[in-house]
Design a protein around this ligand. Structure first.
Ligand SMILES: Nc1nc2c(ncn2[C@@H]2O[C@H](COP(=O)(O)OP(=O)(O)O)[C@@H](O)[C@H]2O)c(=O)[nH]1
Ligand SMILES: [Mg+2]
Ligand SMILES: [Zn+2]
Length: 304
């Protein structure tokens, strides 16, 4: 009798109970998730076993997650979208016109999930209007690195490639912003993103319906995710929403009250900074909107 060491692998595609694994030698294999209760997502490190009867690979256990991006699903429950991501890449475009409030909520999701975040403005070849440039400046002022890219110009991707190196990055943003196009441009000829299990839900060939992870040639990995109509992080209390606004951190210990929610309190340094134009009034409005959304989702005793 021999006791084998546990075999681990990483989930790179996930279709409910059926998954594609990346094994430690970087080869890929299909597997099934064992049992009904185990929930896995793209990016998970898992323990696997060979089913002695069928010789199929089975996922037995999810190893502890270093980080995860979650959202509120349509029943108001937290749903993990991907795990062990080190960096969220939030894409926005002018055509189709991105909703900046969704971008803000993705950035909040990254802050709350303790991962890095960057902003990528796509389709630079189509030209940016003044108002779009002003929006990008808001993100720069808030403390995010902003990259302008055009998929037809390799030069425009150089700086972005550099910050993706050795990170596990997830591309997010509304449908049509260019996530799949960017993924393919970054992978170049080395490895086109080919999903090994087909997107079998009949939503049409060009619609990404599930997340998939691919290795980046210089090191690191990219997760392309399906376009979602909306995104909000899972429910957190009022104070935590404030921590999800990166630009607030320079001001929040200057508020008169140390539990200041920056709403109507006297002596609030963040409201003062907003009135002076140091904090974007739109980003501040976005903060108030997320507080309101979270209050609708959380029972009142958990709000503070
Ligand atoms: N002009 C231009 N079009 C782009 C660029 N990137 C993506 N697109 C187009 O935008 C559309 C949506 O791209 P896609 O990658 O499918 O978006 P996704 O839904 O975020 O994955 C496609 O028609 C792409 O060809 C770009 O840099 N410039
Ligand atoms: Mg796509
Ligand atoms: Zn305050």
């Amino acid at each position: 009798m021999s006791v084998a060491a546990p075999i681990t692998a990483r989930i790179v595609e996930c279709y409910g109970r059926r998954v594609v694994l990346e094994l430690t030698d970087k080869s890929r294999a299909q597997a099934e998730v064992f049992g009904k209760r185990l929930k896995v997502v793209c990016g998970d490190h898992v323990r696997i076993e060979d089913n002695p009867a069928t010789h199929a690979l089975q996922v037995m256990e999810v190893l502890p997650r270093q980080s995860h991006l979650s959202r509120i699903d349509n029943r108001g429950q937290a749903e993990v979208l991907a795990a062990n991501i080190t960096q969220l890449v939030v894409l926005l475009s002018e055509q189709p016109k991105a909703d900046p409030y969704i971008v803000d909520r993705y950035l909040a999701g990254a802050e709350l999930g303790e991962m890095k975040a960057i902003v990528v403005a796509t389709k630079a070849d189509l030209g940016f209007s003044e108002s779009f440039i002003a929006l990008l400046k808001e993100y720069g002022n808030a403390g995010y690195a902003v990259f302008n890219v055009n998929m037809h110009d390799e030069q425009s991707l150089i700086a972005l490639r550099d910050v993706l190196k050795d990170e596990t990055s997830m591309l997010v943003g509304e449908s049509g912003v260019g996530k799949s196009t960017l993924t393919n441009a970054l992978l170049g000829n080395h490895a086109q993103l080919t999903r090994e299990l087909s997107n079998a839900t009949g939503e049409g060939r060009h619609t990404t319906v599930s997340s998939a992870m691919t290795a980046l040639p210089p090191g690191g990995a990219l997760i392309d995710s399906p376009g979602v109509r909306d995104y909000a992080p899972p429910p957190v209390n009022d104070l935590q929403v404030g921590f999800a606004w990166r630009e607030f951190r320079h001001y929040r210990n200057k508020c008169k009250f140390n539990n200041c929610l920056h709403l109507r309190e006297p002596g609030c340094a963040i409201i003062t900074a907003m009135e002076k134009g140091e904090i974007s009034a739109r980003r501040y409005e976005s903060y108030k909107r997320l507080i309101n959304l979270m209050r609708q989702l959380l029972p009142s005793h958990e709000r503070r």
